[in-house]
Design a protein around this ligand. Structure first.
Ligand SMILES: [Zn+2]
Length: 163
């Protein structure tokens, strides 16, 4: 939306060429993480990063200065989270934004070793009898199906059942 406010006046010539140049630039940069706690190291595997409290060991997602578990401040250090965990809770979403395919499964997963993450559960039928609380899942990373208005690709993550 911000970008749209700054959209230039329509060009008299070659608008498609401009779009393709922007798409090339976006492709050269590679996909961007869809959230700040998804890390894409150069040449390494993507992972989720949490903040671990040096006082009590609690793990949180996202930036914060104070541990909401023990109240310690400035003791949070970045920590790489596990790609395995258990389904804590889910809901089957039947109505969403235009362009989003439904139904899909919105889930909250407790990762092994700490960290609670929200995301979509894939590779499972969106039927209550197919999904079980506590079922083992793993985090998988994929380029999001849609690009943004400037042609940028985004790396996102999903959960899928693990056997
Ligand atoms: Zn703490």
């Amino acid at each position: 939306m911000f970008a749209r406010m700054h959209a230039p006046a329509p060009l008299p010539v070659e608008p498609t060429r401009k779009v393709s140049i922007m798409a090339e630039e976006a492709a050269a940069q590679g996909p961007r993480p869809v959230v700040s706690y998804l890390k894409l190291p150069d040449g390494g595997d993507p992972y989720l990063e949490g903040q671990k409290c040096g006082g009590c060991g609690a793990i949180f997602l996202g930036e914060r200065g104070t541990c909401s578990s023990c109240g310690a401040s400035d003791r949070l250090e970045p920590t790489r989270l596990s790609n395995q965990g258990e389904l804590y809770v889910y809901s089957i979403v039947h109505r969403s934004f235009p362009g989003i395919e439904v139904p899909y499964v919105s889930a909250i997963v407790d990762l092994d070793g700490g960290g609670t993450v929200k995301g979509n559960l894939i590779d499972v039928e969106p039927e209550p009898e197919k999904i079980r609380m506590g079922m083992p899942v793993e985090v998988v990373y994929k380029v999001a199906p849609r690009k943004d208005a400037e042609g940028n690709e985004y790396m996102t993550y999903y959960f899928k059942p693990r056997s």
